[in-house]
Design a protein around this ligand. Structure first.
Ligand code: ZN
Length: 393
């Protein structure tokens, strides 16, 4: 006689580790919490910080959501502790995750104990449709899309790099886009600055960018700063942003930006372009090197690409700007491996990508210090920009 369903479940439950909600709470983030209920149940409320894969999709999706490390600690929960027990068994026996437990009593008992439950913001019907291709990606899903909608990203420059970045971040549903640029749209910009149009020549770039962003996605709140970033305004402008996209074309501002973001703990996705070559890296304060660790001293003025007009392949800022946008989305939703401590070099003529490791400098004048010890006077220490370029002749 074959065993009944209830007997099978009983046997499986006797073979897996089961934890009480109090024990799960005491883990305090030391384990990956995995919710295996259906999407409607998840949307009605879940444990903060938990990840979600409906049990029916476990085999195909779980690795994309919790990663492939078979030794990591995973605690699975459902509504009552039954589906999670079966899922724990699958994860262990079929997929080889070694350190798996099921939470006894599920989220029902968790709630009874008075522990926190997070209810995700629900998307409107229009938003569900607009972001449907994100919602289908397990690494993003409703949780990631919610993070994008709540995110504040600051773009330094609405030029070559800022144009594609702004357009795609707007399309992706980043809720707030700040744009800093003091220039007007010029005919010579249009070869690469695709956010602007011929009929907007002569209008401020921040206004032109806002028109394009709003046309793509009215969900996005655009905050305009028609100014040049300098020591007097930088702390005020960047404070409160989650990620900064650096597309500035000069070294003094890069150093100033670095020092200010290390002080405030804001990650910077930085790119630069010249001719057919592009560079990209992510500077996340104290998680990896900062810009000064990479470039302790600025290049000689005569080699600085910022002093005057330089040629660039019009497509190149598109390539690099979209790599920046990709890193921004990854940082916001917390997916994948951000380009921290790595410098990516793209050489368009040869069609090659090269990656260099960048290490944190323990003697770095900025990021080796406690952020509170960096004074206003020390910030952005660099020769005066006009003088710096004048010296280049
Ligand atoms: Zn540093």
């Amino acid at each position: 006689m074959s065993p009944s369903g209830a007997e099978v479940i009983r046997r499986i439950r006797s073979q897996i580790d089961e934890l009480d909600p109090s024990e799960v709470k005491a883990l305090n983030g030391e384990a990956v919490l995995l919710d295996v209920r259906e999407s409607e149940e998840w949307d009605a409320g879940h444990i903060p910080g938990a990840k979600h894969v409906p049990r029916g999709y476990l085999e195909s999706r779980v690795e994309g959501v919790i990663g492939s490390d078979r030794d990591q600690r995973v605690v699975i929960y459902c509504a009552s502790g039954q589906r999670s027990a079966l899922a724990a068994n699958t994860l262990k026996e079929l997929l080889g995750y070694e350190n798996v437990a099921s939470m006894n009593g599920g989220i029902t008992l968790w709630k009874d104990r008075g522990y926190d439950v997070e209810v995700p913001v629900s998307l409107s019907k229009e938003q569900r449709e607009r972001y449907s291709r994100h919602l289908l990606v397990p690494e993003i899903g409703l949780e990631g899309q919610t993070k994008l909608l709540n995110a504040k990203v600051l773009l330094l420059g609405a030029g070559g790099l800022g144009s594609p970045t702004a357009l795609y971040l707007a399309a992706a549903g980043v809720g707030t886009l700040g744009i800093v640029d003091d220039d007007d749209v010029d005919l010579s910009n249009l070869q690469r600055q695709v956010i602007h149009t011929t009929d907007r020549i002569g209008t401020p770039k921040v206004d032109s960018a806002e028109i394009s962003v709003k046309a793509i996605n009215p969900d996005v709140d655009v905050v305009k700063y028609q100014t040049r970033l300098d020591a007097s305004n930088i702390m005020e402008i960047i404070d409160g942003y989650d990620v900064i996209v650096d597309g500035v074309d000069n070294f003094p501002t890069r150093y100033l930006l670095n020092d200010a973001t290390v002080r405030l703990g804001i990650p910077v996705v930085s790119a630069s372009i010249l001719g057919f070559d592009g560079q990209l890296s992510v500077f996340k304060p104290h998680d990896g090197p900062c810009y000064r660790c990479l470039y302790p001293v600025p290049p000689p003025a005569e080699l600085a690409p910022s002093c005057g007009a330089n040629g660039v392949l019009g497509v190149l800022p598109g390539t690099m700007g979209l790599l920046q946008a990709t890193e921004v989305v990854k940082l916001i939703v917390g997916a994948g491996e951000p380009l921290i401590g790595r410098l990516l070099l793209y050489e368009a003529l040869g069609a090659t990508f090269t990656e260099l490791k960048v290490r944190r400098d323990p003697q770095c004048p900025v990021c080796s210090k406690d952020p509170s010890e960096i004074s206003d006077e020390e910030m952005g220490v660099f020769p005066d920009y006009e003088a710096f370029c004048a010296a280049a002749g």
